[in-house]
Design a protein around this ligand. Sequence first.
Ligand SMILES: Cc1cc2nc3c(=O)[nH]c(=O)nc-3n(C[C@H](O)[C@H](O)[C@H](O)COP(=O)(O)O)c2cc1C
Length: 429
Amino acid sequence: MAAITDPLTLRCGATLPNRLAKAAMTEGLADAEDRATGRHETLYRRWSEGGAGLLITGNVMVDRRYLERPGNVVIDGNGGENALRAWAKAGTAGGNHLWMQISHPGRQCSRTVTRQPLAPSPVQLDLIGLFGRPRAMTAEEIEDVIRRFAHVAAVARETGFTGVQVHGAHGYLLSQFLSPVTNQRDDEWGGPLENRARLLLACVRAVRKAVGDDFPVAVKLNSTDFQKGGFSLEDCVQVAGWLKEAGIDLLEISGGTYEQPKLLGHSGDAGTFAEPGRESTRRREAYFADYARTIQAGYGGRLMVTGGFRSRAAMDEALASGAIDVIGLGRPLCVEADAPDALLSARADRLPSWEDGLRLAGPGWLGPASPVKMLKALNVFGQMGWFYQQLIALSEGRDADRELSTGQALIRHFRTELGVARRRTFKDV
Ligand SMILES: Cc1cc2nc3c(=O)[nH]c(=O)nc-3n(C[C@H](O)[C@H](O)[C@H](O)COP(=O)(O)O)c2cc1C
């Protein structure tokens, strides 16, 4: 029975020093040319010294025209190799692995970045007007994306990152291709699951070819999109098996999209930003662990699960099940960079759930359970903004501001994002 302190050797031969991983969290810290900065170094040095055996970067974009968020690091001929080297050096100072998450946002690309995102089909993300109507990609554009994923992976290896993760979850481009709701194509990239999974698998194979057999290649995948007619658990089990055949080293399981933010433990109906999960489910940790057990049955490889893990007991239980090999941690590390060390050294047996107290202050109708869609959305943005602001504090060598209110975080977040968007030298708006 594995413990969180045990090392893990992967298919490619690499060994993670323990079973705790910092999950990918978008940093928003790039410079005006979309390159890494000294703030990435400071943040990742702190995390590297914080004990996790594996750090996965926030999503690094493959195309300057399409970002998940202004402030994303991009590898697209913008000349940031030296900054990437410095980032990789700082992020491995503690002897841990540092993997670069590689991503394309597809339709989840904000209007501050582009008026017209790309997507499998022109299905718009309807979220308080933040996203433009996407254009369906041409076959050439799809082939171009595959080349871009491979190129970024090669640069990651050259600049000192010790692995890569392909982002196939959370409603970003590869996840959009997987879902029949967002992928309505009738060519070889749409229709049956085999076709919808073609782009993800092509990216994984191209990445593997670019980095070689002795380098970790991982994928983050939704257990389900939690959307009627979307990517289902059954689909996930099948795709997981194909990914194993394609030779991945680690599959990370998450779930949900911008419309269904289950990755953060929120529940709700399609098309709305949802209330926080009911008390009973919120108290139940590790909301994807049960899905992971089902997925493992059809996968048979190394599995990481992220979402809601806070107590050592839940982590031990997940590892003891034999289905889960690595525990992913996100939000606790935005406040305490050394949270993994506290667990590994048994200084703590539980990490705080900061998210539980984050809501717009005032009467109930202003909070996450508001009947007004816009207010629900603002509560989720306020929560996310709170964690983004803490990452900025850590990256500048400060402590997290635990007293920051959700409302203040929301205002600072929008102000920061607009400032970063304005400063970018590359503009497509
Ligand atoms: C501030 C923040 C940024 C995130 N950015 C990413 C990202 O770039 N890529 C990704 O796959 N997931 C991202 N996520 C999701 C996390 O990786 C993780 O799945 C989620 O936070 C649930 O884990 P937790 O309950 O331990 O926080 C982000 C989450 C947060 C809070």
